[in-house]
Design a binder for this molecule. Structure first.
Ligand code: IPE
Ligand code: MG
Length: 254
């Protein structure tokens, strides 16, 4: 099926199957680009390139299945430790992705937001981030949240710094600090917590992704490498989520 050519959100002939529970917020750690490349006798960078195409597919499916928020882990604050050549390639890919897809994302009513540390990013990347957010800020469809130069612990630490400053200014006292206050100081505070955190490539870790926000997320792990992500895997994930019973620490209500 060619999702590239069709305007998925305008296709009202597609009805989301009634037996599928659709998460309001889906978060994805797109893992396994490097191993995918090696398993195909290619260079790691080719894996990242194929991973970008998989991201395009994920965005199309998310629109088609009417997910409201999609957060993707594109580059972690720890990924800088990779060989410079690979890091530069990934940064270039991300810029190319925005450059080539921004028009289409805009016309598909996607609102793009980028979370992560901006300090230390090059000007070119910063400008593109700004352009993508600015151009799509009034869109009302899928919110595509890209975690870039992102680390969950750093996000919480930065929230703490802002709160500590308020204590220092005597605006609040330490006993005023509660969960809501911390949530408000995160990179984004108007997005509901993820219902599902999906990780590909058979790795069972958080890797510092949305630590605070994932307290009650359903964790789904699949063995496929990220570049192989397709609609069947997307549906499999939704089916798995549909089976889960979310109790938030309570008991099942019959
Ligand atoms: C995920 O694929 C993409 C990024 C972290 C940027 P990896 O590059 O982590 O692929 P593996 O884990 O080495 O296979
Ligand atoms: Mg990895």
């Amino acid at each position: 099926m060619d999702f590239e050519k069709e305007n998925a959100h305008k296709d009202d002939t597609f009805k989301v199957p009634a037996n599928l529970k659709i998460p309001n917020h889906l978060a994805v750690t797109m893992d396994g680009n490097g191993r995918w490349a090696v398993s195909h006798g290619k260079k790691r960078t080719q894996g990242h390139k194929a991973g970008t195409d998989a991201l395009r597919r994920l965005v199309e499916y998310s629109i088609k299945y009417k997910i409201n928020y999609l957060t993707v882990f594109s580059f972690s604050s720890e990924n800088w430790s990779r060989p410079k050549e690979e890091v530069n390639f990934i940064l270039r890919l991300m810029r190319n992705y925005i450059n080539s897809d921004l028009e289409k994302l805009t016309s598909n009513n996607v609102k793009i937001r980028i979370i992560g540390e901006r300090v230390g990013l090059d000007k070119q990347t910063l400008n593109l981030i700004k352009k993508a957010e600015e151009k799509t800020k009034n869109n009302t469809g899928l919110q595509l949240i890209v975690a870039f130069n992102y680390g969950g612990k750093a996000e919480i630490a930065s929230a703490m710094q802002k709160i500590a400053q308020k204590v220092l200014n005597l605006d609040i006292s330490p006993s005023d600090i509660d969960e809501d206050m911390i949530t408000k100081e995160l990179y984004i505070n108007d997005v509901p917590d993820p219902d599902v955190v999906l990780r590909t490539s058979g790795e069972y870790r958080f890797s510092n992704f949305l630590l605070w926000q994932s307290a009650y997320a359903e964790l789904i792990f699949i063995d496929d490498y990220w570049p192989d992500f397709n609609e069947a895997i997307f549906i499999k994930t939704l089916k798995e989520y549909s089976k889960r019973e979310r109790r938030y620490g309570g008991v099942e209500v019959k």
